[in-house]
Design a binder for this molecule. Structure first.
Ligand code: GCV
Length: 678
């Protein structure tokens, strides 16, 4: 199939907007203290011109007299226009900015180029959402030092868990460098992303060679494009590269010849790819090689690489997704949920300064509802980063609408009790708890080379929202949704309210018609779309619901696998007891009889029936809502989303019927309301 060469501009369309008094600030521009030839400054100014040109029909004129570098004693600027100035670090921190308007002068101050770029995107957001710049006074510092997108793109052009076409980074084992990469970098920068990993964490075949001469030139070119938008370039690394690339016949991290090989390799790589930020490593996980093969610890592996990249300012981001994927379903003792904690907690404090452990939000694998991983905050002396999945692997494949920002916020707001204060996940991963600088948040990205980037137009809300939330964790899911709708579609009130309503309820709706109360995994194996209640029940992946004729759920209390005990108090006790366990996670933590009475006054089995009927009704409601704004959103968006809704409705009905029939047959208990259950 021919590669799709056209692509939209998503929220950077810069279509005409109501002036709202904003055009007056965009005639004269004065730049102080920033090097006009710096790539980020150039790109920031070009973006400003493009944005205000498209939205307001305005034209910037740069003032010659102040275009040079600041001498530190410049006279105050008195004019109507915009002043872009470098300021001393203080209230404004690295990558942060302040925007103020007084007497017709709009001033954007930042301490570095990234701050300038983000400030300009802030101004463009105000214009695009038809807000007013008059009297504006905001100080914005990023909440997270690292804000990253991880792409699971393979070099043959496929994307692992990709639902929006093929890779725009790779094709036929070559790196692609084209205008689309520039647009991707603009979009990522516009939401505050400052790090991108371009290749899949499962590094195999050609991808192992990304750290060789075969790919250096093009990798460096990509890295340079990203650098122009303040984004560090990262690669996923194959831990067994020494063996596969003709080095020593071992990858033992403590073996001197292996260490020497990596030293030479890293010198070469950092030399050839100047904007390289470091590496992401999936080791000892799902068949990927790692230090366990040599009887070494995860820390041995991570530290060896970290020490070698340190002189180049590099970091090693080491994933904690390490578990036994060859489990026997009859084994009730092994619990996949325990694995991340069990594999990493003992070595807390042993990881070197430039290692960050990257931890998935839940202990299993991006299900629609999971408890927060106890490793987050469980580790008290180790740099940690949160990993979430914007790609909708288990949440509807970008066919079903599932706005994930509310879920991410829930995770960030979760109190771990790892410290008397500053103990939320947001505190831990941003470095506020430990005062560490290597910290942040990463998301598995949901983009591909589809014309609209994300398959469904509505899935772009997650692409947009993750970056905005990573930068400013106190933004609400609703604020982010509304901003994105105004920028992408229209500021029309009905459009904004309708789409906001759809997005904000979509996660609960998806949850209702799929797997109940935190149990997860009733998906078609491998593909992970569509219902298969027992699909993973007898396989080796550690993903069981343990349903029998009396009840369902996994006992992870102290009488079961003991997983609940991995949390600090009071969370451990809360989860441990069926009486205090949050009901939305009940089946994750407990094996519960079908006739167990929930706090809603419904039995468990009735809840399963009701929620599945409700889920389908809610999808029907969403479709009606979407149809009500027909004519107010672009025709291709209207049609494309409607077509996906049809598929979602089909999917929701399948789930409803399969889940309800399964549990009716298991339990023998009829639906109180006598609805059709096959
Ligand atoms: C990149 C899950 C996914 C895999 C993914 C893995 C991971 O198992 O299904 O596709 O591999 O997570 O996060 O490494």
């Amino acid at each position: 199939m021919a590669r799709e060469k056209r692509w939209t501009q998503l929220w950077l369309q810069y279509k005409p907007r109501r002036d709202c008094g904003n055009a007056a600030y965009f005639g004269r521009v004065v730049i102080r203290g920033f090097d006009r030839d710096n790539a980020v400054v150039k790109n920031a100014l070009a973006e400003l011109q493009k944005g205000i040109g498209g939205m307001l029909g305005a034209q910037l004129t740069e003032e010659e007299r102040t275009a040079a570098l600041a001498k530190g004693s410049e006279p105050p600027v008195q004019m109507q226009g915009i002043l872009l100035q470098r300021s001393q670090a203080g209230e404004i921190r690295e990558e942060g900015y302040r925007i103020e308007e007084a007497n017709g002068l709009l001033t954007l101050s930042a301490v570095d180029e990234n701050g300038l770029l983000y400030g300009i995107f802030h101004i463009l957001r105000v214009v695009a959402t038809e807000g007013s710049l008059t009297g504006i006074s905001v100080l914005v510092n990023p909440d997270n030092p690292l804000r990253m997108y991880n792409h699971w793109d393979n070099m043959d052009g496929s994307i692992e868990r990709g639902y929006s076409g093929r890779s725009f980074f790779f094709e036929d084992n070559q790196i692609t460098v084209d205008e689309r990469i520039v647009d991707y970098a603009r979009m990522a920068a516009s939401i505050g992303i400052n790090g991108v990993v371009i290749n899949n964490v499962n590094v195999k075949n050609a991808a192992t060679y990304l750290i060789t001469d075969r790919y250096f030139d093009k990798a460096a070119r990509l890295a340079e494009i990203f650098a122009g938008y303040g984004i560090k370039f990262f690669l996923s690394l194959n831990f067994a590269a020494p063996i596969e690339l003709g080095g020593p016949d071992s990858a033992d991290p403590l073996e001197p010849s292996v260490i020497e090989w990596w030293k030479g390799k890293m010198k070469e790589v950092f030399n050839r790819i100047p904007n390289l930020g470091g590496f992401l490593v999936k080791a000892d996980s799902e068949g990927r090689p790692g230090p366990f093969t040599y009887g070494r610890t995860q820390a041995d592996g991570a530290n060896m690489l970290a020490d070698i990249v340190k002189p180049y300012g590099g970091i090693i981001i080491w994933r904690c997704f390490v578990y036994n994927c060859t489990q026997d379903w009859r084994d009730y003792k092994t619990d996949r949920a325990r694995a991340g904690y069990d594999n990493f907690i003992q070595m807390d404090g042993d990881y070197h300064d430039n290692v960050i452990l990257q931890i998935k939000n839940g202990p299993m694998d991006f299900q629609i509802r999971e408890p927060v991983s106890p490793l987050l905050g469980g580790l008290k002396k180790t740099n940690q980063m949160l990993e979430v999945q914007v790609a909708q692997e288990y949440t509807g494949h970008q066919i079903d609408v599932c706005y994930l920002i509310p879920m991410f916020k829930e995770v960030l707001d979760y109190r771990t009790y790892c410290a008397p204060e500053r103990d939320t996940v947001a505190d831990v991963i941003s470095g506020r708890t430990m005062g560490n600088k290597y910290a942040g948040i990463a998301a598995v990205c949901n983009t591909g080379d589809d014309e609209n980037w994300t398959g469904s137009d509505l899935a772009a809300a997650n692409f947009y929202g993750f970056g905005r939330l990573a930068f400013s964790m106190s933004l609400t899911a609703k604020d982010i949704a509304q901003e994105w709708i105004c920028m992408s579609f229209s500021t029309d009130r009905q459009v904004v309210e309708t789409i906001t309503g759809i997005l904000l309820t979509s996660r609960e709706t998806y949850e209702k018609y799929t797997s109940p109360l935190g149990i997860g995994w009733m998906v078609t194996p491998h593909e992970h779309y569509g219902c298969s209640v027992d699909g993973y029940e007898y396989s080796c992946w550690g993903t069981y619901h343990r349903a029998d004729h009396l009840g369902i759920g996994v006992d992870r209390s102290d009488k079961g696998t003991g997983y609940a005990e991995q949390y600090y108090e009071p969370n451990a006790s809360m989860y441990n007891s069926i009486d205090s366990c949050p009901e939305e996670l009940l089946l994750f933590f407990h094996h519960v009889p079908y006739n167990h009475m929930l706090r809603t006054g419904k039995t468990l089995i009735q809840h399963i029936y009701d929620s599945h009927f409700e889920g389908v009704e809610e999808v029907e409601g969403m479709i009606a809502d979407w149809n009500s704004i027909e004519g107010k959103v672009p025709e291709d968006t209207s049609r494309g989303v409607r077509e996906r809704f049809d598929r979602q409705l089909y999917n929701a009905r399948e789930w409803r019927d399969q889940v309800n029939s399964y549990f009716y047959r298991k339990s023998g208990i009829a639906d109180e309301k006598g609805r059709v259950i096959y």
